[in-house]
Design a protein around this ligand. Structure first.
Ligand SMILES: [Zn+2]
Length: 390
């Protein structure tokens, strides 16, 4: 085995921007401007970047049906053919070149995974990856192909036990379903409750299929959840599941859409929670998974404030560097005008949001979240302990 490079790999290139549903769509490639620029300003070296390229249909077919792949290729050439019978939904409209753009996202996450599997890197980060709503034969929730599932399948086929932790504000439904019956892939999703948010699934009682009971953990959180109880839930569930499951590799989806400023969801998180989560996941990777950690960016729709700082906090945790107090002045200056042009507040001056950024959560919210986490954890730990005894 080669000695792993201590610098985390960052997957990003010009082709990353091709995944674009058009003007006005919230999942915009504009995110890469301030996001990647902030990583560079904080010290991510050019040599640590690798550019993604599209993968072949054979690779996509490890999680998607051939019929779906053919439909996506057709829509990619003729987006105007989309109709009610289509494999896409209203939020995930076909666009010209969609097949290669989606296959490039998969290529990026696989590139990161292959570096880790080959032992060349311990940590890798693909900000443009994390399309967790991709299903075997359906594109939904801004997600065409499920890059995380393709990468997890490759690791699993090479004999790894994969722990997947999804802290995006939306339920990681596609990944969960693809590995529903697979006891070698443990999924954990913290998300806003399906009662108030897309995709409307991910209940605490959903725990994995026959033969893989306990291999899915779902923590639906109350709207209004803020840092304190989100971190309490994360800290009580993830290290305990990792200790019980004994992964050899960690894959995470670090969405920024739980942030209080996010326009699409109703949690009240700040970058303090994102920073602590990234450190906790780094600790879990080193303590339980030989240090192997692939992170993806997932969702996040506050382009100039929440997303770039979240990506930076993931990268800083992977680089084992301290979080600076302020964001670089040059970075703020470069993106201020564009932010204003898109009716956003200015790029944030502080890396960590100060107290008072989010409304404090109600005691009832914290109590409900605590009970949900306890119920999910209790069951999983029991099942995993039993599985190890057999
Ligand atoms: Zn580390």
């Amino acid at each position: 085995m080669p000695t792993p490079d201590p610098a985390p790999l960052v997957v990003y290139g010009p082709a990353s921007r091709a995944y674009d549903f058009g003007p006005g769509h919230p999942f915009t490639p504009r995110r890469f401007g301030p996001g990647i620029d902030l990583l560079r300003e904080l010290g991510a070296e050019f040599a640590s970047f690798a550019a993604p390229a599209p993968v072949a249909d054979e690779v996509l077919a490890t999680v998607h049906t051939r019929r779906f792949l053919a439909s996506v290729s057709r829509l990619s050439d003729y987006p105007e053919l989309a109709d009610d019978e289509s494999v896409t939904d209203e939020d995930t409209p076909p666009f010209y070149g969609m097949r290669d753009a989606g296959a490039t996202v998969v290529g990026g996450t696989l590139l990161a995974m292959d570096e880790i599997l080959a032992g060349r890197r311990l940590h890798a980060f693909h900000p443009g990856g994390g399309l967790h709503h991709g299903f075997p034969s359906r594109a939904t929730g801004f997600c065409v192909f499920n890059d995380v599932a393709v990468a997890i399948r490759r690791a699993r086929d090479e004999g790894h036990r994969v722990l997947y932790v999804d802290v995006d504000v939306h339920h990681g439904d596609g990944v969960e379903q693809i590995f529903w019956n697979d006891p070698l892939v443990q999924t954990v999703s913290l998300h806003e409750s399906g009662l108030s948010l897309f995709p409307g699934t991910g209940w605490v009682e959903d725990r994995g299929g026959l033969g893989a009971e306990g291999s899915a953990v779902n923590i639906p959180l109350e709207p209004g959840t803020s840092d304190a109880s989100w971190l309490e839930v994360l800290g009580s569930v993830v290290p305990a599941v990792a200790a019980a499951f004994r992964p050899t590799l960690l894959v995470t989806l670090n969405g920024a859409d739980g942030h209080a400023l996010d326009p699409l969801a109703h949690l009240g998180l700040t970058t303090v929670a994102f920073a602590r989560a990234a450190r906790l996941l780094d600790g879990v990777a080193h303590r339980h998974a030989g240090g192997r950690w692939l992170a993806t960016g997932g969702g996040g729709y506050d382009v100039y404030r929440a997303v770039p700082r979240n990506w930076a906090l993931v990268w800083l945790a992977q680089a084992h560097r301290d979080v600076p107090v302020a964001t670089p002045q040059a970075w703020r200056a470069r993106w201020a005008a564009e932010a204003e042009g898109h009716r956003s507040g200015p790029p944030s001056a502080l890396m960590l949001d100060p107290d008072g950024t989010a409304r404090p959560e109600a005691a009832s919210v914290a109590a409900a979240n605590r009970a949900t986490a306890a119920a999910a954890l209790d069951h999983t730990l029991r099942v995993l302990a039993e599985r190890h005894r057999r």
